[in-house]
Design a binder for this molecule. Structure first.
Ligand code: HEC
Ligand code: HEC
Length: 267
């Protein structure tokens, strides 16, 4: 009987120490280990880190934290612009508003994305997303708002038939993510959506795009600043990429065109 007092206190002491250890391990895991292996943990801020560590579904806290523009409202159907008949001639006239930045032949000399040879459904969807506010960019949003849906169809048809920038004949080293993906992380090869192996409707043609633009878009997807991708397909990829992989894949795609020269014909 006499022994029970000290025994109980010792038991309580042990369980308290155990609890403390578990708590410490959880804190280290949630705030030190996970943020260091997943870059978007750090950028997303403490509130999201806490929510995520607690297993709260993403949409519960992302919506409030970031003034959610909502999911894209544009259904992605292959070739729907061709089916619906965009007018290339009319598109060419409308495109005079775009040449200043996207280049006279849809190939940009600066860090603006190329439009030449871009899949019509991609241009159509992105323009509508800018117009509806699901993709944010002050300039493109203002421009898109001034265009009718038919204008956008015509522009998409016009850009789709322009020749893509000449492919670089030099064989570049293909990053593993591009043609194999990362099965362990559940990342499908980029080329299985973006062309090369296969093209999934709505996935832009990336070859020859400016490196800085590609990097910026992947980073924006990774931190959820851009989220007009249907079902988060691209966010799920970008979130899992390391900074080095972003640079590597962006450099690869950017290198897939003959370097820009202002004197080259047709530019
Ligand atoms: C003043 C410069 C400027 C003008 C003019 C301009 N754009 Fe853009 N455009 C940009 C920039 C910069 C981006 C990248 C924006 C971003 O980061 O979301 C862009 C992005 C786009 C995209 C998305 C491309 C992709 O691969 O996702 C499309 C489509 C587009 N523009 C079409 C047009 C069309 C059509 C016009 C003419 C009606 C036009 N733009 C006029 C600067 C411009
Ligand atoms: C499962 C299909 C899929 C895979 C795999 C995929 N992407 Fe994407 N990606 C998309 C889609 C769809 C979009 C367009 C989203 C939208 O509607 O705005 C996109 C958009 C992008 C953009 C923005 C381009 C632009 O002009 O707006 C970049 C950059 C990009 N992906 C890079 C990559 C890289 C690099 C990989 C490989 C590591 C990859 N993607 C793997 C489907 C995919």
């Amino acid at each position: 009987m006499n022994d029970q007092g000290p025994l109980l206190t010792r038991g309580v002491r042990w369980s308290l120490a155990g609890l403390g250890l578990v708590l410490l391990a959880a804190l280290v895991l949630g705030f030190v280990v996970l943020p260091s292996v997943k870059p978007d943990f750090r950028e997303a801020g403490w509130w999201q880190a806490i929510c995520r560590a607690a297993g709260v579904p993403t949409r519960w806290y992302e919506a409030g934290a970031m003034d959610d523009p909502g999911a894209s409202r544009v259904p992605v159907v292959p070739d729907f612009t061709r089916v619906a008949g965009g007018d290339v001639g009319r598109g060419g006239t409308l495109a005079l508003q775009c040449t200043m930045c996207h280049g006279a032949r849809g190939v940009s000399a600066s860090d603006v994305p190329n439009l030449a040879g871009q899949y019509a459904e991609v241009v159509f969807k992105q323009m509508l997303d800018y117009r509806n506010g699901q993709r944010r960019h002050a300039l493109m949003q203002a421009l898109a708002t001034s265009l009718s849906e038919q204008d956008i169809r015509d522009l998409a048809a016009f850009y789709a038939q322009l020749p893509r920038p000449s492919p670089n004949p030099q064989q570049a080293r293909v990053p593993a993510l591009v043609d194999v993906g990362s099965p362990l992380r559940g990342i499908a090869p980029c080329a299985s959506c973006h062309g090369g192996i296969d093209q999934k409707p709505g996935s832009p043609w990336l070859e020859g795009m400016p490196r800085a633009y590609l990097e910026a878009q992947m980073e924006a997807f990774a931190i959820g600043e851009r989220r007009n991708d249907a079902h988060g397909v691209m966010r799920n990829v970008a979130r899992q990429m390391t900074a080095a992989e972003v640079v590597d894949t962006a450099s690869y795609y950017a290198s897939r065109r003959v370097p820009f020269s202002p004197t080259a014909p047709g530019r």
